[in-house]
Design a protein. Structure first.
Length: 201
């Protein structure tokens, strides 16, 4: 089975292949698939094109490698993901929850408490979380540095184009375009302006 996915939380396809005794070729950029291949010893992973080609060539030309990886993968599936194993884990969890005393939950902090200036930033909290593939059966991850994610630059604010002032009609002329006698434009119109003096006729 070839699994080139970059993002997997639990590859059901890989587990099905191991249940049938088939080796798995996984993308090494996915920490979950990489850890499963190492812990099960039932698959190979690649990080680039050349390794992918050589992995396929090794599986094609070496029969004992196919058989060994498939056998290891089947045993890994039976030990951790076979239905009796999953059922027993659920029953153990239910029995543990039924016998343990109910925990006392502390009240959630309020709006101001969650925004205290001494609370670390989310990026600093995530930086302390261990990253990388889990290579052993324990729940602790290998202390490998986390991959740096590309940060999105802040948006660039474009300055608004300067607007040219509207032309104002001259007060000395008695006529304007449109025959309004030099009235001001806009919703608030003033009194019409004439030549400065009214004729008696």
């Amino acid at each position: 089975l070839i699994m080139p996915s970059y993002f997997e939380s639990l590859s059901m396809v890989a587990l099905e292949a191991w249940a049938l005794g088939r080796p798995v070729v996984a993308n090494g950029m996915c920490d979950v698939l990489r850890g499963q291949c190492v812990r099960s010893n039932g698959g190979l992973y690649y990080d680039n094109r050349q390794e992918f080609v050589e992995t396929l060539r090794a599986l094609e030309r070496t029969k004992w490698l196919n058989v060994t990886l498939g056998r290891n993968g089947r045993q890994y599936y039976r030990d951790h993901y076979d239905w009796p194993v999953i059922e027993r884990k659920y029953l153990d969890i239910i029995a543990q929850l039924g016998s343990a005393p109910a925990p006392t939950l502390e009240p959630l902090p309020g709006w101001l408490a969650r925004r205290r200036p001494d609370v670390p930033a989310a990026a600093d909290v995530l930086a302390t979380v261990p990253g990388g593939a889990v290579l052993t059966a324990e729940t602790t991850a290998v202390s490998t540095p986390r991959r740096e994610t590309a940060t999105t630059p802040p948006p660039v604010r474009m300055a608004a184009a300067p607007t040219s002032p509207r032309p104002r009609s001259s007060h000395g002329s008695g006529s304007a375009a449109g025959g309004h006698g030099g009235r001001r434009g806009g919703p608030h119109r003033g009194r019409p302006r004439g030549n400065g003096s009214r004729s008696g006729a």
